[in-house]
Design a protein around this ligand. Structure first.
Ligand SMILES: *Cc1c(COP(=O)(O)O)cnc(C)c1O
Length: 348
């Protein structure tokens, strides 16, 4: 059992959050003279709902999680930063994370002056819980996991993740940005079982909404209320809330996109496996594939010269010679494969 009071930073435990006009008055009124807003330019003259209740109710229905267990942020970036600021005393506490993984966790830790410890995945990018526990000490407050993992694209072993969530006495942050592309259901159905679990999801990938900056965190009501205390009062602007509500009314569209992207992933993998410069294709539970090539640097530059951008991951742990390729439209994938075939004829 975790004790939130012992895990939270002291200044956060005692923090009295900013109380906005919208927090102080909730109810029906017709004359709003409480927030120094401009009476003209409705509806954008008004501050947005600081807790995004309508949007959370909608998401609650889709995700089957109570609205009180949902936090919305300016992308996943915001909850990644807030969870560190809530639990990690700078210069004292530390974070343990898998390696390789998404680069933002380390950047957020560095900005907050919190030590970031990495634990290598196995050669096949599998999670080894005993290695994670070996890196944890009495000052570890957070463990970051990402499943399906970026850039390796694989879904991590469920029982290894459970061992960590159950055995670690701090907070486990599980980033499920790519869960919609996976056959696994993820950990949302088990959220109520784990009071120390924070699950991150996003509208930036399957929902096609990277531009509006909207990320979700799911956790216990207690953790969510801590996040609400720390966030900027109006962290999700009215345009984002409005547009997200509109798109969420049509989750059939999202499912269609996911289906098409998965079909395109299969086609892309089939094509890549017949191109000689591609030495290895790692299995993918996400909307991208990681491939190994002979000369990642050279290939990356060749593709840039052909106006095609992929991600060179060859400098990060376990990814020597690796390129990460997003699954695009059929046409985009074909352009990539044509260029790769050309390159294979005359590499470097
Ligand atoms: C793309 C991605 C995100 C999304 O971040 P946003 O800030 O929500 O756009 C989160 N986590 C991982 C691992 C990602 O690859």
């Amino acid at each position: 059992m975790i004790n939130l009071d012992n895990l939270l930073r002291k200044n956060i435990k005692s923090l009295k959050p900013y109380s906005s006009a919208r927090d102080e008055f909730q109810g029906e009124a017709s004359v709003f003279l409480d927030a120094n807003e401009n009476p003209f330019n409705a509806p954008y003259n008004r501050y947005p709902d600081p807790l995004q209740q309508l949007l959370k109710e909608k998401i609650a229905g889709i995700k089957n999680v109570p609205a009180g267990n949902i936090f919305l942020g300016n992308g996943s970036d915001e909850p990644i930063d807030i969870v560190i600021r809530a639990f990690c005393e700078p210069g004292e506490n530390n974070i343990v994370a898998i390696d390789p993984t998404y680069g933002m966790y380390k950047v957020a830790a560095d900005i907050n002056n919190v030590e970031y410890r990495t634990v290598k995945l196995s050669e096949n990018f599998e999670l080894v819980s005993t290695s994670v526990f070996a890196a944890i000490d009495k000052n570890t407050r957070l463990v970051f996991l990402c499943s399906p993992n970026n850039p390796s694209a694989n879904y991590l072993d469920v029982s290894e993740m459970e061992k960590i969530i159950e055995g670690f006495e701090g907070i486990v942050v599980l980033d499920e940005a790519y869960i919609d592309f996976s056959n696994h259901v993820g950990f949302l159905p088990k959220l109520s079982k784990y009071p120390n679990l924070v699950i991150l999801q996003t509208f930036s990938k399957a929902w096609g909404l990277a531009a509006i900056r909207l990320g979700m965190a799911f956790a216990s009501k207690e953790i969510i209320s801590v996040f609400n205390k720390i966030k900027y009062p109006y962290n999700i602007n009215a345009l984002t809330q409005e547009y997200a509500l509109k798109i969420l009314n049509n989750d059939e569209q999202k499912n269609k996109w996911v289906k098409e992207i998965l079909a395109n992933r299969k086609l892309l993998v089939d094509q890549l496996s017949n191109i000689s410069c591609i030495k290895k294709i790692f299995p993918s539970d996400a909307n991208f594939v990681l491939v190994k090539v002979d000369d990642a640097e050279g290939l990356y530059k060749y593709l840039i010269d052909n106006k095609i951008v992929v991600r060179n991951r060859s400098k990060i742990a376990l990814c020597a010679g690796c390129i990460r390729i997003t699954v695009g439209s059929k046409g985009e994938n074909e352009q990539l494969c044509m260029a790769l075939k050309q390159y294979s004829l005359n590499p470097g």
